[in-house]
Design a protein around this ligand. Structure first.
Ligand code: SAH
Length: 361
């Protein structure tokens, strides 16, 4: 039996699985058992699904495969952060990260192989976009990491802050969130999921209408159009002003807030004036600010400001009533920190100046 002829069960939500079983002449309630085996217990071999009759198991094995990313490499930081290099069915590679106690346990997932956004300070952007991940590949990262870390029964949060721009792969991301939220799977409520985006406006407007709504984080990074045009190139298409207007309209629940991420770049966007402008820009939005001191890397033409500058910037925001936090960088020793995810294959494929430097470091 060639794998290509079998449907990939990893791509199916519960309703699709029920339909598929019914079409094969099996009772639909088996779908729930199957879904549980795969998504809750991380089991992909039908032979191990012992509460299903032997006949059913063999007919399932003939009809379905469960494609599952392979772990190629696992690096653990001194702070416990663990970065996984995963290989997908077509050989493409992505990274996913486990971050313990932040205060919750958190899985940081990728949504694309590479990224098209090319933000000036982010290594993933240097890869360009290779392809979107499927819903099954996004949700599959959770099942693979949870099994490997023996966390299948643990409670954890999810952040879509790995490789890729989630709103650039809207349908697959939303389907993955529905699959993860299913009570027969890992049952991660959207309230425990944070979607981080540069602000792809049409997709953001669409997200505002979803019944199943994750927390929202906006990668702002600048306080003027000119500055943001340079740092986050998609700003030339969907500008700062429009983005903030969309945030103002975004249906934020009563006690919730939108997180604004702001990468701190020495002498670029870290002045007192920037801080004061940021306060003005966010007025009228239920906002909190997360300052991300730059994770420096070879090939990234920016520097991280000193702690005194970062603290002064944070104080200006806080004194004016904004909730502000400074992201403690995790896993920097294993290059698992924000903006540092770039797969080895990409390093090898693009022997250009920047990537060559990377290999050397
Ligand atoms: N594409 C999404 C999610 C990716 S990364 C987005 O842009 O929001 C999560 C955060 O890390 C983003 O705010 C991103 O801008 C930030 N980031 C990227 N490179 C970084 C770096 N070198 N240092 C610190 N933060 C970085």
């Amino acid at each position: 039996m060639l794998a290509e002829y079998r449907h990939d069960l990893a791509e199916m939500d519960l309703a699709e699985l029920e339909q598929a079983l019914e079409a094969m002449g099996h009772p639909r309630f088996h779908a729930r058992q199957l879904y549980q085996w795969v998504h809750k217990r991380g089991v992909t071999d039908f032979a191990e699904m012992t509460d299903l009759a032997r006949d059913l198991r063999s007919s399932l094995a003939a009809a379905f495969r469960v494609s599952t990313p392979d772990i190629l490499r696992r690096d653990t930081s001194i702070d416990g952060t663990t970065k996984f290099l995963l290989k997908l069915e077509d050989g493409q590679r992505i990274e996913a990260v486990f971050i313990p106690d932040t205060p919750a346990n958190t899985f940081c997932l990728s949504t694309q192989v590479g990224c098209a956004m090319r933000c000036g300070f982010c290594l993933t952007g240097k890869m360009g976009i290779v392809r979107n991940l499927t819903a099954g590949e996004i949700a599959g990262q959770v099942r693979v990491l949870a099994r490997e870390l023996r966390m299948l029964d643990a409670r954890f949060n999810i952040v879509l802050m790995g490789m890729g721009e989630p709103l650039h792969n809207y349908d697959a991301v939303m389907k993955a969130l529905r699959m993860l939220a299913d009570e027969h799977g890992p049952a991660v409520s959207p309230r425990r999921v944070t979607l981080s985006t540069v602000g792809v406006l049409p997709a953001l407007e669409r997200l505002a209408t979803e019944p199943l709504m994750p927390n929202l984080a906006i990668s702002l990074h600048a306080t003027t159009e000119e500055q943001r045009d340079l740092l986050v190139p998609i700003n030339r298409k969907y500008g700062l002003r429009e983005l903030l207007d969309a945030c103002r309209r975004f249906p934020v629940k009563r006690r919730d807030r939108i997180t604004f991420e702001y990468v701190m770049l020495k002498d670029v966007n870290d002045s007192d004036d920037d801080a004061r402008r940021l306060v003005r820009l966010l007025s009228g939005i239920k906002a909190k600010v997360n300052l991300l001191p730059l994770n420096e890397a070879a090939g990234i033409p920016y520097e991280r400001p000193g702690d005194a500058r970062i603290n002064r910037f944070a104080k200006i925001l806080a004194d004016r009533g904004l909730t502000v936090s400074v992201r403690r960088s995790r896993g920097r020793d294993i290059r698992a920190a924000c903006g540092q995810l770039i797969t080895e294959s990409a390093r090898q494929k693009s022997p250009g100046q920047i990537l060559a430097n990377l290999i050397a470091t």
